[in-house]
Design a protein around this ligand. Sequence first.
Ligand code: 0A1
Ligand code: ZN
Length: 881
Amino acid sequence: MRDANPQTIYLKDYSVPEYLIHEVDLNFDLGEEHTVVVARLTLQRNPQSQSPNQELTLMGEDLNLLGVELDGTALHAQQYVQTDTSLTIHQAPQDGIFVLKIENSINPKANTAFEGLYQSSTMLCTQCEAEGFRKITYFLDRPDVMSRFKTTLVADKDKYPVLLSNGNKVEQGELAGNRHWVSWEDPFAKPCYLFALVAGQLECIEDRFVTMSGREISLQIYVEAHDVDKCDHAMQSLKNAMRWDEEVYGREYDLDLYMIVAVGHFNMGAMENKGLNIFNTKFVLARPDTATDSDYEHIEGVIGHEYFHNWSGNRVTCRDWFQLSLKEGFTVFRDQQFSGDRASKAVKRIEDVNMLRARQFAEDAGPLAHPIRPEAYIEINNFYTLTVYEKGAEVVRMLHTLLGGEGFRKGCDLYFQRHDGQAVTCDDFVSAMEDANGRDLTQFRRWYSQAGTPQLNVEQHYDAESGQLELTLRQHCPDTPGQTDKPPLHIPVKIGLLNSRGQVELIKLDGRPPVEETVLELTEAEQSFALSGLAEQPTVSWLRGFSAPVIVKMQRSLEELAFLLSYDSDTFNRWEASQQLAGQVIADLIADIQQGRELTLNPVIVEAYTKLLEQQWDDLSYFSLLLALPDESYLASQMDVIDVDAIHQAREFVKKSLAERLQAHFLRLYRENHREESGQFDAGAIGRRRIKNTCLHYLSTLETGDSQSLSLRQFEGAANMTDQMASLSAIVNSRHPAKQACLEQFYRQWQDEDLVIDKWFALQASSHWPGTFAKVQQLLQHSAFDMKNPNRVRSLVGAFSQANPVHFHARDGSGYHFLADQVIALDKLNPQVASRMVTALTQWRRYDDERQQLMKAVLQRIIDTEAISTDVFETASKSLA
Ligand code: 0A1
Ligand code: ZN
């Protein structure tokens, strides 16, 4: 809980550790309410430390100290001092190696924050990133202290038949009293945040992988017995990821064993502990009838992400937590590439950018804005943000764009070779890119220290006489907390040209050979580029592939957008044209609603959609993205003052009007693609389900007898979760007579599958239908709701506050009060998850005065709550600042 005066940690205060820990020998005597930990640490004063301090201070929290020995001699109480967060040994040896033995006990069952050692159902497991190891034993809990770990687990044989830790199993044996033990040794030195143990009644599915150098790796996935039939996809994903990292990055796995354990209680998605990944069940378990196509895709992405960390994170790790994006930005970029290669590159890029723009851009424009390498924090857990992860990945992607695929790979090779086994900084990463390519990236480094989303103004001037097109680009980065008057960034702007018939027009720049596409490197606040040899004025396709995380400010007419939607050869920009076109149509309607005018649909969008619907498409997933209207959150980001009701009303109006006008097309497409191919997960089958369900959503807005029976028939006949969820969603978000019956039937069918019940909660909590708030309050009392389970909390409280703008932002403030009540209750159990829930209130400045006052008042109420955690305090107080 909160210190009276929470301390801020600064990047500028970094200094090397005063001591090193070479070896760690851990012994756990495991019990759910009482676990005894004996740690033997082999230490040495760090020869690089300049500090005159002769004491050794180890971090520790919520530990019950039982004894300390130094080189075999017990220390008496005057030789050390203990606080709530540390253990200091006076007069620690200054020369040579010494051994400190610490014995302490902990209570895993009482640990509802899920950091350190905790209980999930019948198993015990750990989560040590970022600073959870100090809740297991006293330690130098910082990532630049790297040690070799040996771990022995002792436990009851019936309760905990499976005992796992990092590395290789080296010994095991039996003990009296129905107990047993297993020892593990990890040959790679690692920071303690990568330590893990698991004990429980687990079943294992096994496979093998032969690496590119011919080594055989044993692959194991551990789950509870009733989930054994849901592991095949995770296993296949792991093998795909291992092969991909060899082929694309030349990286091979290094241990003989790779284990994944799925746990039902987990604060985040998954964790890359060396050789023993621990996953939220959500990102492992899938069967065609329980998981949707997007669940399947996310599982492959997260399995890949954790696997890729073995190099980008584990072999080369972070010097300190300010460098978090070093491993996370890079690894997200790698998992995005992997997923793009596995399925549709175009779709993956659009999904990633859509999320970035709707959510990270909001973070970057609000009170919690921070650079991808933050400079200060109170609670590091609050910095596992969209900025560090997703914008971090965009920064790595820009390096890839600037250096080209080959240059980027050379930079990666040098980085891994230079820093293998080290804890390094973001600067080291950029230096490797520079050195491998002979490039100066000094200015590019500003992306690491500068917060906020840059805005790009683009202008074009065509001179018919000379056949020249002058492109002028201006960049500006808005002020963010603590940062004003920012210097220009190095921004790669990829462009292409289209002639008036929609064909590719070649780019001639600076006397270089003509090309179809080029990257303009913008480094000044204002810069011009002259393209020559143009017989007519071309249309410029700007920022292709979303080549930089910026906002392009330019006015395009609806006709120009419709033209780009028809002809742009860049798949991203083609989709972007569809979004902007629909966005402008909706924006005009929002103005009509606000002025009390009657609503009519602009025919431009009907024409554009008709054209799309009359074409033949190979990639049906991509096609369905072109038909999807921009999300309400994206539309909100385009407004000066967010009007949730008008946004919703305008968007629904467009959806319904399109359904009315294009009903025959939607119905035809639905019928053509409605097939029984559950269990098939190739791009074709996934695309058919996706386009069909897009059509179903349009049609369900009609609320006719026909449209209602279409969704009901699909719901009743669905043999896969994609189709079942899509039809239930259509039913729940419309006036359907069978709504209650379908919800009850779904619950009865799936009550024993936690992950499916999470979907059931989330669907109801995010429904825009009237009465949703009362429903959410009822669901809070439902026997299946459990405040101690983060997935359940996210599916009810998270879905309502983050995915239901109309009801969460109800004018009377009821949504805000509800959220504050839940945050305060949850904070007593799990501050980390509670703090994440607060972010739904962070954007208060974007709303009207009345809502601003209401949101501010509940943030203040949260801050004023007695004993609120530092996690929640930091998020709520910075949100108000
Ligand atoms: N490193 C993990 C994410 C993670 C971070 C913190 C956690 O607990 C506080 C758990 C997981 C990843 O990027 O996958
Ligand atoms: Zn990660």
